[in-house]
Design a protein around this ligand. Structure first.
Ligand code: ADE
Ligand code: ZN
Length: 330
């Protein structure tokens, strides 16, 4: 769907398509334990978040040089642009690369080769959000923030991802405080597999401005009321939720109920190479399966720009919002 939209929940490493994975593996002399792209695609049957993460981290072995990260981001931006994405706030997972001996500079400079020219090349404005792996220690997150200091001119904020259950937001209180003191924006995954209390904790302890997923807020009416009152954006990822079995089927997705409740929902792709669709595909799927009206879809697109970290360029936000209002559905 070419409705203009911002993508606010996108892991760049999750855009690694099997074809590019094999190309980079050949370029870097990395052996992959799959015969070909078909065999790799057959591994995309996930039981839960952890079973996905195992493959996600395994395939990162092919990402070694600045050019690899540039090629990865360029391929994503081309696909996103073709599906109406006008602005993308892109997550990356530095700890997963640092642990393999790939430095922060290689990752950020490489991504920036593509992001820095993305407006000219793809017509997509971009920002970078650095995520901490919540199943690693708080000390490791703090070391990662330290390692990122030379690159903060290109990083708008921090996030928290990886295995959620058993790793509550409070574990990262100090690193979020340090990031806030550096002027970084703050988001966190919460309420994907973890309980609604993790959402509350992310708001109260980490001071997050958006909640990534936040799906399980629906189990706590008082929390829903708060999220509505405080206009906290939720970055939902419907196709991801189906593939990671957070919901049984797309038809069971609570998105319509969440919109009816007045929540500031956005629709995003999470890890599109693994979950069967980019941003526009997610819009198409919820439109088709959940029967959202054109005005509901326009609301989702509007929300995506409202929730974007575009405070430094309100003119741009207004331009994007005007594009949403002017869009004509077929
Ligand atoms: N890392 C990449 N995708 C993720 C997701 N959906 N949840 C948590 N961590 C992730
Ligand atoms: Zn995610």
């Amino acid at each position: 769907m070419s409705l203009p939209k911002a993508e606010l929940h996108l892991h760049i490493e999750g855009t690694l398509e099997p074809e590019l994975a094999f190309e980079l593996a050949a370029r870097n002399g990395v052996a992959l334990p799959y015969a070909d792209t078909d065999a790799l695609r057959k591994a995309y049957e996930f039981e839960d978040l952890q079973s996905f993460l195992n493959l996600y981290y395994e395939l990162m072995a092919v990402l070694r040089t600045e050019q690899d990260f540039a090629d990865l981001a360029d391929a994503y931006l081309a696909r996103a642009a073709a599906q109406g994405v006008r602005h993308a706030e892109i997550f990356f997972d530095p700890q997963a690369h640092l642990a393999r001996g790939v430095g922060m500079g290689t990752v950020v400079d490489g991504l920036w080769r593509a992001l820095g020219r993305s407006e000219a090349t793809h017509g997509v404005s971009t920002q970078l959000i650095m995520c901490f792996l919540r199943d690693e220690s708080a000390a490791s997150a703090m070391e990662t923030l330290e390692a990122a200091k030379p690159y903060l001119d290109r990083i708008v904020g921090i996030g928290l991802d990886s295995a959620e259950v058993g790793h509550p937001p409070v574990k990262f209180r100090e690193v979020y405080e340090a990031a806030a003191a550096l002027g970084l924006r703050r988001v966190a995954h919460a309420g994907e597999e973890g309980p609604p209390s993790y959402i509350t904790e992310a708001l109260d302890v980490l001071g997050v401005e958006r909640v990534d997923h936040g799906l399980r807020c629906m189990e706590d009416p008082a929390l829903v009321e708060r999220l509505v009152r405080e206009r906290v954006p939720l970055t939902l990822c419907p196709l991801s939720n189906v593939r990671l079995r957070t919901v049984d089927t797309l038809a069971d997705h609570p998105l319509p109920a969440m919109l009816d409740a007045g929540l500031l929902c956005t629709v995003n792709s999470d890890d599109p190479a693994y979950f069967g669709g980019y941003a526009g595909d997610n819009f198409d799927a919820v439109c088709r399966t959940l029967g959202l009206t054109d005005e509901r879809l326009r609301e989702l697109a509007r929300n995506s720009f409202t929730a974007s970290f575009l405070e430094h360029d309100e003119e741009r936000r207004a331009r994007y919002l005007a594009e949403v209002e002017a869009y004509e559905f077929e």
